[in-house]
Design a protein around this ligand. Sequence first.
Ligand code: PRT
Ligand code: ZN
Length: 293
Amino acid sequence: MSRIRVAIQKSGRLSDKSLALLQGCGLQFARSKDKLFWYGQDFPVDLLLVRDDDIPRMLLDGVCELGIVGQNVAREVMLERNGGDGLDELRPLRFGGCRLSLAVPEDSGATSAKDLDGARIATSYPALTRHLLEQQGVNASIVELAGSVEIAPGLGTAEAIADLVSTGTTLRANHLRELEVIYRSTAALFSGASPLPDDKQALLDRLLMRLDGVLHAAESKYVMLHAPRDAVEAITELLPGAEQPTLLRLEGNRDKVALHAVCRETLFWEHLEALKAAGASAILVMPVEKMLA
Ligand code: PRT
Ligand code: ZN
């Protein structure tokens, strides 16, 4: 029977969430502490644990069928290899979010990317940075560094950097100012672009259906409330991303009904306040664990 392989980051920012996501799809693995290969126990999907930078190449080379990696890393490898193609992004994921930003020393006079024309820019993402700057008509020379990009201006090896930022703490600690965001990235599930044989494609489809269930469930909530009969329509309209609600009779109360609905969008306190103002009471919001539409 055929199996498919998913490559995820062995240890780093994406590791725990990548594994949790696959486990959320019902996959269980026979773990081996130091080995790079975990065998899938109930579902024919195995894991490869590797450095994130290796994942796009493994997909391009057909070593694995799927991989979870940052869009930044995938774009970098694709640009470096083929001028932009070769991987299919199947699903963006809700973790690993960051931005690739240009940053300059706090006392620099630069106000936009355009001011970096002719400058040296240090980065770990040379192909992506060059590509994005070219799109803006900026002609800079790229200084490729494997890590600690933020110290390059202080060392005098570059006038600016293009690096990943999430909180901005690293930039501040190195007296750098974020000049411009040139790219936004999240983790995503990728496949190689070449078509899979039918049996593997069928497996992939099953996995994607489960994954969609997990991803939708994560943002969905089950809402139960009591609504005055004449306010049901108004209340339903206030529920974000809800389809037709279920209405149930309330024992001993003719004026009100119980209303149950699944909201497929984030439910904020403002929504609950609006529901209450429209006459809803006894409002309960519950997480949804799994969903299969
Ligand atoms: O060992 P391996 O090669 O697998 O791991 P790695 O060290 O290359 O990668 P890792 O785990 O640091 O990051 C994996 C992926 O997480 C990246 O490719 C991004 O897609 C995503 N990601 C999200 C980030 C950040 N946020 C992030 N803040 N990757 C790196 N950073 C670094 C950034 O380079 C800078 O040094 O964090 C610092 C900035 O963070 P703040 O919070 O100070 O702004
Ligand atoms: Zn890496």
